[in-house]
Design a protein around this ligand. Structure first.
Ligand code: GTP
Ligand code: MG
Length: 491
């Protein structure tokens, strides 16, 4: 488009706009004239209606357009009730699973709740100055600090009284992100969950993993104080920049403060002979702002502190109970599969004339399915079981030659099997089939919490062809043991 043409278009558009404005003005004047010509009572009614309309429109527009503040923190972590957890722990104990560490965690929860003390965990990456901060807050407690990362190896509690008289127990925990310090990191995280307030320490701007750690802590909904340590290493400008960045990147933190928890400073001292020497001494600490903020947080949110702490601990115990339940179900399912595979072997050995076709032994297979569903708390009907077994029978039938070939190889590989005489080929094949069926179904139930025939059947196909040496050896032993015990019982 050339310049002249664009100018012409602009001129036309301006003229159109002017014409529209004039038309609108004319209309407005006309309306005003008509309005003035109205009787006063109508003028008032119309005026009030127009004013109400304007107020309502403004309110609606404000509601739609006003900048929304982000909710300060996402309280996403949910925890079960204490009664619910206790009942699940009781059930685990009845089934012989160890629960002592989880019971101890709950006892600790009660003890801290009853103590009337505030628990404050100092959390952060290694060498950010956690132990130094605790030493600054409780000067009489001896704590090790070291320039080498990873000084604090276990959780340590230090009691102190704040200026306002609050009785506080500070927890010094191992630093996170230490090479091969996973166990200590778990220790630190668990302790952070047991605290009323967490002080998250950093000695610079947040890196990605620190950001994730902070978000994880914030999800438990307890007060979170972000402290920038080692500010002596920063100029005033740098310090303000880092603080601003921390506030921006950690909106979940209730407060962001700058501190100086320790370290040393070097200075040059003039000697009497005119010379000089470099002297190193403990640097003065500056944690006043942190202490004041901590006192403020403790008292401002006093009524929320214990519930949030309790919720965090219960959520963590819940996660562990869940894992313990899954592990227990896994063991129980394994036992059941072993038992049924044994019975299938005994059944095969006892058969007068073992058939050339491999068909899953009906009653045993039904029993196995029922038991695995019971272990996994999955309700199933007889019809569902029958439909599932019908399908697996087809799969076993189409895999029969593969299964018999595996059994044949096992007979050669494990000489003990050969001594069992006739029927052993089928006996081993049944051990393989029941083991595969049990494993496939148990894994599917654990994953889907339902008897999903498609998924279980797909797994069954895989397991039937699985010929790892350890597996075949285990099944050979199972076959020999079952067959021998059956012989012994018959003698
Ligand atoms: N310059 C300076 N150094 C500090 C400051 N606070 C702590 N340090 C030094 O940082 C190093 C680590 O301090 P620690 O208190 O051991 O750190 P930590 O976080 O407990 O370390 P881990 O227990 O290993 O995770 C030590 O050399 C401290 O002297 C500070 O404010 N300024
Ligand atoms: Mg330490």
């Amino acid at each position: 488009m050339n310049r002249r043409f664009r100018l012409l278009l602009a001129a036309l558009a301006s003229a159109a706009l002017l014409w529209l404005l004039l038309a609108a003005a004319e209309r407005a004047l006309l309306l005003a004239q008509r309005f003035l010509a109205l009787p006063p009572w109508l003028q008032w009614t119309l005026g009030v209606a127009l004013a109400l309309f304007a107020v309502a429109a403004t309110l609606i527009a404000w509601n739609l357009l006003r900048p929304r503040r982000r909710p300060r923190r996402s309280r996403t972590v949910e925890a079960p009730t204490r009664e619910h957890l206790d009942a699940r722990l009781d059930r685990l104990e009845t089934d012989g699973a160890g629960t002592e560490s989880l019971r101890a965690e709950l006892r600790d929860l009660d003890a801290r709740g009853a103590s009337g003390r505030f628990y404050v965990a100092v959390f952060g990456e290694i060498s950010t100055g956690k132990s130094s901060l605790i030493a600054a807050l409780a000067p009489n407690a001896a704590l090790a600090t070291d320039v080498r990362g990873g000084t604090t190896r276990s959780v340590r509690h230090v009691d102190t009284v704040l200026a306002d008289g609050s009785r506080v127990t500070l927890a010094d925990v191992p630093g996170t992100r230490e090479t091969s310090g996973e166990l200590r990191e778990t220790m630190a995280r668990d302790e952070a969950l047991r605290a009323h307030v967490v002080i998250y320490l950093t000695d610079g701007d947040l890196n990605r993993s620190q950001g994730e750690e902070l978000a994880w802590l914030a999800d438990f909904g307890k007060p979170l104080l972000l402290a920038l340590n080692k500010t002596d290493r920063l100029s005033r400008e740098e310090r303000e920049q880092v603080l601003a960045s921390l506030r921006r990147r950690a909106p979940q933190a209730d407060a962001v403060v700058a501190i100086r928890a320790g370290g040393s400073e070097r200075f040059e001292r003039r000697l009497v002979d005119g010379g000089s020497e470099i002297v190193e001494r403990r640097a003065p600490v500056d944690v006043d702002e942190l202490v004041q903020t901590l006192e403020h947080l403790l008292h401002r949110s006093a009524q929320h502190l214990e519930p949030a702490r309790e919720r965090a601990v219960l959520a963590r115990v819940d996660r562990d109970v869940h894992e313990a339940e899954a592990a227990l179900r896994g063991r129980q399912a394994e036992d059941a599969v072993h038992r049924y595979a044994r019975r299938a072997v005994i059944g095969a050995m006892a058969a007068v004339a073992p058939g050339s076709d491999l068909i899953i032994q009906g009653a045993l297979a039904t029993g196995l399915v029922r038991e695995l569903c019971r272990i996994h708390d999955v309700a199933v009907s007889d019809v569902q079981i029958e439909a599932f077994l019908k399908r697996t029978r087809m799969t076993v039938r189409t895999s029969a030659s593969l299964v018999l070939a595996i059994a044949g190889n096992a007979l050669k590989a494990f000489p003990g099997l050969g001594t069992l005489g006739g029927g052993v080929l089928h006996a081993f094949a049944y051990a393989l089939i029941f083991d595969s069926l049990g494993k496939a179904l148990a894994a599917t139930l654990a994953e889907r919490h339902a008897l999903d025939a498609n998924a279980a059947d797909a797994r069954l196909k895989q397991w039937l062809g699985e010929t790892g040496n350890a597996r075949l050896k285990r099944l050979a032993k199972l076959t020999v043991d079952a067959a021998r015990s059956d012989n012994d019982a018959n003698e």
